[in-house]
Design a protein around this ligand. Structure first.
Ligand code: NHL
Length: 269
């Protein structure tokens, strides 16, 4: 038994890295649905079907607990999966709840009624599918009142990052921050709601200004996972760690090795 980490591509490796650092004894199986990425421009039905297929594969690989490191999958598919698809003896957790809990200063799994919180104006940067789902606003409304959210779909940024064109990625981030500011002149917090945006964190912070608190998922998700495993130790277990991809294992291994700067070998899912 191991903990599964799912992403449409390799961006979720930042979550894996943070989780491994926080929980060095837990074996993780990472699955990248490289054959079907990007998810961010797909329909909700499509994202649901692809995410269910990928999570099934991780269940087969012996994972009882799967983290959706992909924001788009968390936003467009998680609730529907939890309501109608996840077997009773398995758990699937997403990335939005840990972010929102951190932002609203709640402990993991605190289900008390929504209350006033320190942040008032939140900027959400994410893929078009995540923005369209309104999942962030829905999860936030369960926990906080009086918070205003403006979402900005950051078209082009992930493609520029994937192409290694950081100059274009930076210019696009700045123009998306400008667009957000026209809707919300003075955000007090910003959520980087996509696996790829932590790579642009300093550009976001610079464009937003030092007063805006930027929340980025990897470490927050790792903390939340540690909390969860503390309460459900049977969910971690022992098992074999590994890397699976629906794409070409050689190509994906090369890119992952570059990305993490250590040898990573993906096998075919
Ligand atoms: C992932 C993989 C890609 C491969 C080739 C071109 C563009 C890509 C973009 C992404 C981003 C990813 C997605 O699937 O849209 C973002 C998603 N993991 C998220 O919302 O966190």
């Amino acid at each position: 038994m191991a903990v599964g980490i799912f992403d449409s591509g390799l961006g979720g490796l930042t979550v894996l890295q943070a989780a491994q650092k926080r929980l060095p004894d837990v074996p993780f199986v990472y699955l990248a649905d490289s054959a079907h990425a990007p998810y961010g421009v797909r329909t909700a039905d499509d994202i649901f079907d692809l995410t269910c297929a990928a999570v099934s594969r991780l269940f087969e690989a012996g994972c009882d607990l799967v983290i959706l490191a992909c924001n788009t999958a968390s936003a467009a598919a998680l609730r529907r999966m939890q309501e109608a698809w996840v077997p009773a003896d398995k758990r699937v957790l997403g990335v939005f709840v840990p972010l929102i809990e951190a932002m609203t200063e709640r402990r993991w799994g605190d289900n008390s009624p929504p209350r006033e919180v320190a942040v008032k104006h939140v900027a959400l940067f994410a893929t078009p599918a995540t923005v369209a789902s309104r999942a962030f606003q829905r999860e936030l409304a369960f926990r906080a009142i009086g918070v205003d959210v403006e979402a900005q779909a950051c078209g082009g940024v992930v493609d520029a990052i994937e192409d290694g064109d950081m100059i274009l990625a930076e210019a696009l981030v700045r123009s998306h921050v400008d667009a957000l500011r026209r809707k919300m002149p003075a955000p007090d917090a910003a959520i980087l709601g996509c696996t790829h945006y932590p790579l642009m964190q300093s550009t976001f912070q610079d464009a937003l200004g030092a007063d805006v608190r930027v929340f980025s998922q990897a470490a927050l998700v790792a903390d939340s996972l540690a909390d969860y495993l503390d309460r459900h130790p049977d969910m971690a277990g022992t098992g074999t760690a590994g890397f699976l991809t629906t794409g070409d294992p050689r190509r994906v291994s090369d890119r992952a090795t570059q990305f993490l700067r250590r040898q990573i070998t993906f096998l075919s899912a």
